[in-house]
Design a binder for this molecule. Structure first.
Ligand code: DGL
Length: 256
């Protein structure tokens, strides 16, 4: 029997990675685990994010996954290296803000990164900037409140528009011509970010690059496809969210 690929996020954001992963590897089976009981991670302490990530990874291991995708920038920053040390035989794929490609594509020499407070104040983004920014200026923008709206299905609302404007407009006014989607949830409002930023600004969303990376890190030997969804939050609510976002009728199981 082939093993499924585990994908984990605090909530719905990692579905942006799952969407591309299913397109790329239609024969693979997936388990998607949303830790919605504790979302958003972005405003939590590193200790909390580590311990929730640890629990989620252990749950995926219980489900006999062949590898784990931490489809969350915040959790990858806090826990990816430690997870690799704790589970040396399990392949892990993480996600980080795409600073390097953004710097390469910028003509103005100014790049903006939109991410959670946890990612903006964390260690990974700082080290990516010192490694890759070169002569480019990398502006970081924490976006509190946005994950909650996306989790509540309000990504298209006036409220989200106002919040996005508040976060995106100053970056563009400062000369950024390239914006990085540094939180998987923001993938679902990438079009709105693009509309606010205007046609000359490039938006970089690494979700598909992460999906591609799964194919390099794990053996693709699935035969049947299919996705099992679990949430630590309200399973009925997540089922509704999947219907609204993907028009997908799927069972959602409570996790632990
Ligand atoms: N989607 C996650 C990320 O990429 C976390 C969002 C959150 O829970 O704050 O950072």
């Amino acid at each position: 029997m082939t093993q499924p690929i585990g994908i984990f996020d605090s909530g719905l954001g990692g579905l942006s990675v799952l969407r591309y992963a299913r397109e790329r590897f239609p024969d693979e089976a997936f388990v998607y685990l949303a830790d919605q009981r504790w979302a958003p991670y972005g405003d939590r302490s590193r200790e909390e994010v580590f311990s929730y990530t640890n629990l989620a990874v252990n749950r995926l291991i219980e489900l006999d996954v062949k590898g784990v995708v931490i489809a969350c920038n915040t959790a990858s920053d806090v826990a990816l290296e430690r997870m690799r040390e704790l589970h040396p035989h399990l392949p892990f794929v993480g996600i980080e803000p795409a600073v390097k490609p953004a710097v390469a594509s910028s003509r103005s020499g100014i790049v903006g990164v939109l991410a959670t407070t946890g990612t903006v104040t964390g260690t990974r983004l700082r080290s990516l900037i010192s490694k890759y920014a070169g002569s480019c200026t990398v502006l970081t923008q924490a976006c509190p409140g946005l994950v909650e709206l996306i989790e509540d299905g309000l990504g298209d609302s006036q409220q989200a528009e106002a919040l996005l404007s508040e976060y995106v407009t100053p970056l563009v006014a400062a000369g950024a011509d390239t914006l990085v989607i540094g939180c998987t949830h923001y993938s679902f409002v990438a079009d709105r970010i693009g509309a606010i930023a205007g046609p000359t600004v490039m938006i970089i969303d690494p979700a598909d690059a992460v999906a591609k990376q799964i194919g390099r890190a794990m053996t693709m030997d699935g035969t049947a496809g299919g996705t099992r969804y679990e949430t630590s939050g309200d399973a009925v609510r997540m089922r509704r969210q999947l219907q609204e976002m993907f028009d997908e009728e799927s069972a959602v199981y409570p996790s632990r």
